[in-house]
Design a protein around this ligand. Sequence first.
Ligand code: PRX
Length: 627
Amino acid sequence: MNNFQDYLAEYQQSISDPEKFWASQADNFVWKKKWDSVLQWDFHKPEVKWFIGGKLNITENCIDRHLPQRANQTAILWESNDPKEPSRNITYQQLHEQVCKVGNMLKAQGVKKGDRVCIYMPMVPETSFAILGCARIGAVHSVVFAGFSAGSLADRINDSGCKVVLTSDGTFRGDKSINLKAIVDEALDKSPTVEKCIVLERTKAKISMKPARDLWWHDEMQKVNNQCPAEEMDAEDLLFILYTSGSTGKPKGMVHTCGGYMVYTDYTFKQVFQYKEGQVYWCTADVGWITGHSYILYGPLSNGATSLMFEGVPSWPDMGRFWHVIEKHKVNIFYTAPTAIRSLEKAPLSFVEKYDLSSLQILGTVGEPINEEAWHWYDHNIGKGKCPIVDTWWQTETGGVMISPLAGITKTKPSFATLPMPGVQPAVMDESGNEMMGNGIEGRLTIKFPWPSIARTIYGDHQRFKDTYFSTFPGKYFTGDGCKRDEEGYYRITGRVDDIIIVSGHNMGTAEVESAIDEHSAVCESAVVGFPHDIKGQGIYAFVVTYDPIHEENHLRNEIKDVVAKIIGPIAKPDKIQFVSGLPKTRSGKIMRRILRKVAEGDTSNLGDTTTLLDPAVVEEIKAGAL
Ligand code: PRX
């Protein structure tokens, strides 16, 4: 697509004959066997299958097929946490060798097609080798973000029954070094399915190795050769599981399959960023999230791009690090999160002005709504007014970008994700479950037709998959987001309408945080809501009821935060903790979060109807004690 007319035409084709449209996209890949039929679906069951009967291996499409033209081109350009450590250029040829070796290393440990492998690793090239190495041999990767606690890691390992864990001694984050292996050790005490743990040396931290279970990456990689045939995978075989928070306590293992995911991430990467041969592309997400899976690895590599992978943080050694990296590697396409933009915006502009950002051509954002002010700052100071900004709306569940401008093609509008990608058919629903037609409307965002990379199920719990996504509006996929469609037909995502809050772009289930808070022995019960936060987008506000009167409030607050960090991970620590004598509950015992949300937002002028409350007096106390 080269212009807006092309987009309109392609969109039209994609919805008038979706099967023909996606089959013509799928024709651009290497298939070991072509599909027999394109699509089979029923959102009521729910069931979705794409490219039925097709056989492929995604790593052949991301690596092998590029070797004739680009063996020596950099596939992964790695920038260390430490600006003094040399960067690494992994060519497509080297990527091929390393991925094959990891595949062979896993096979040597008895890993077979369909086995689950947990990857709990830092942002180093070996983590990409690990992910792609699993895909090479048909093992299902389950990457867990290396900021999660031992308990969260164990839950995820156990839920999917992983056989092997790949980790490292530690990870660097700014001036800190974190001992990942110690966290894994603690998790593995509770994870009986794990037979082997393979440890990459990164920080050289002192760690313990359990004989018979633990192996060093460098020892095992030495024992294997660099040729590994790509396992033949059915289009609907599992490629990976990735956990995301749900509105009940337990995280959901979203399942993505090989064929549709490959086609969709390739297509969306190419179209959204209007990727051109030779460009250097940088997505700042962690590979532990869906953005890293789809747009650090699979989408860019499938397009033969050079994908930059950054180990560090935006604020170290100083607030200019992102801009330094852009100058150093002449980055052309830069894709980051609104929370990062807001935090960097707070630093003096001299941190930006020091660097030459003239290589930049396209900017992107993902993970949460971007406020207009941050959008303008990004546009003006980073893009210098000449780079289109693609505000990409999508989810772990959708696998790839769903609503977004196409860079340079779609006219952008601050804080609007604009228009659906070809193949994506949004429907905005009112509260009584009717589709709202026309423009200038606001409601709940659903998608009424399948796209190739929609998650197929929740691992081990298809009923929950149905209940969560296909029951609120029968026959439609419910995103959990609210949206507006303006007069132009542009979509603006207004945020979650369920019990999920988005903190620095990361999904947090309120129930999960509450159950962690409740683990503190002094806590009787708690309720968690989001509140607007300058940098994080949303912060976590916890209302806590204790068993006994409290003497040292701040001391207890810190203890509660530590418990949450220990149980879920530091990202889930509440920003504010208000101690209350009771929670506003209905007579049936349901917490009225609407009231708590208002208090947390600092807007108590109109709390709406409180007559159904069991004890209206508690609301006055909560209002008076608001933080
Ligand atoms: O609420 C939406 C928000 O992030 C949620 C999905 O989170 P997750 O599965 O972690 O995936 C994040 C990366 C794809 C969505 O339901 N969200 C994501 N992108 C945007 C957004 N909200 C507004 N604008 C966006 N561009």
